[in-house]
Design a protein around this ligand. Structure first.
Ligand code: ADP
Ligand code: MG
Length: 317
């Protein structure tokens, strides 16, 4: 089947809107959106490059899903309610089966969070996927990185290190045939609901994409505080626990990245509310430490200081 650029867009990426605020979506020079009064618009963009963020043998539906998931994770970290996305996609060729799967993975997650795809750009070249997502939060209620204060408690959602282990196992052909860790790498679940519930409770929040230590360090730097954390308080999967024991790499989970969990700080007076909230979440939430007045991040493992060689992933280091 021969399809022009516009035929392709119409066939795979133009779907009905789910929001009455959308005045114009795909098909004009710009999308036009009505924003409710007293709300703020939050925007984020992420690019996935073949060979850097995903391997050439990725399943196209997983790629579509993950490309949106990483942007929704940024919205979650800010306590935003997701609304709209745009997609810039660069394709080496038009492969209908590939596009069908890619768009179905993308729209599967979009449907789960009522996200409209309202525009984009389609070009030919090395496979690259960029998604810009936007969401809303009531004025002044967005969760930022700079609000952590001495005495605040530090929490992490879910289990970290699973995606990192799946990646490691793909690269090194380690024998971890634990399907859940591969699902965690290929289809991370953005913690959107948790982010919304943390508004007005958390003092700072970030999503863990480059490694817990590196991302917590961003909160500390932004808030101009230090912290102490205890690694034994983390909830780790059996596979990650075993890997850390076998290799002696006790800092693996906290430096691995690609987790898309939330790390957030909470003033101690909200601890009970967090306990109550997190009991209803379908994943664990660990209290791992506290903000202090130092200017460093101290990492303990069962009370012993742990030396950390690198905190997480950076593109240009
Ligand atoms: P323009 O040249 O005016 O920037 P394009 O010709 O690139 O617009 O795209 C035509 C329309 O299709 C625009 O509304 C654009 O937002 C939308 N669009 C292009 N590519 C995609 C895509 N991959 N997904 C969703 N919408 C897209
Ligand atoms: Mg135009």
């Amino acid at each position: 089947m021969q399809l022009s650029e516009f035929g392709l867009i119409g066939r795979y990426f133009n779907r009905a809107s789910q929001h009455k605020g959308l005045i114009k979506g795909v098909g004009d020079d710009c999308a036009v959106i009505n924003i409710e009064p007293h709300m703020q618009l939050l925007m984020t963009v992420d690019t996935l490059v073949e060979g850097v963020h995903f391997s050439p043998d990725v399943q196209p539906d997983d790629l579509g899903y993950k490309a949106l998931a990483v942007s929704l994770s940024d919205l979650a970290a800010c306590g935003a309610e997701p609304r709209y996305a745009t997609l810039a996609i660069t394709l080496p060729q038009v492969d209908h089966d590939w596009l069908q799967m890619f768009s179905s993975g993308l729209f599967e997650l979009a449907g789960q969070y009522n996200v409209d795809l309202i525009g984009g750009d389609t070009t030919r070249g090395p496979l690259t996927v960029t998604i810009q997502a936007s969401g809303v939060a009531p004025h002044g209620q967005a969760l930022l990185r700079n609000g952590a204060r001495e005495g605040d408690l530090i929490y992490v959602t879910g289990q970290i290190g699973d995606a990192g282990l799946a990646l490691q196992s793909n690269l090194n052909q380690l024998n971890y045939n634990d399907v859940t860790i591969h699902k965690r790498l290929n289809r991370p679940e953005p913690r959107v609901q948790a982010g919304l519930e943390l508004r007005q409770l958390a003092s700072a929040c970030i999503d863990v994409s480059d490694g817990l230590l590196a991302d917590l360090a961003h909160i500390l730097k932004s808030s101009q505080v230090g912290a102490g954390i205890e690694l034994s308080r983390l909830d780790l999967s059996e596979s990650v626990r075993r890997y850390q024991e076998h290799t002696g790499r006790l800092d693996f989970a906290v430096t691995a990245g690609d987790d898309y969990e939330l790390c957030f700080t909470v003033p101690p007076e909200h601890q009970n509310e967090i306990d109550k909230l997190s009991r209803q979440w379908p994943f664990h939430c660990s209290l791992i430490g506290a903000i202090d007045h130092s200017d460093t991040l101290t990492v303990l493992n069962n009370g012993d200081p742990l030396e950390i060689r690198h905190q997480g992933f950076q593109h240009f280091s």
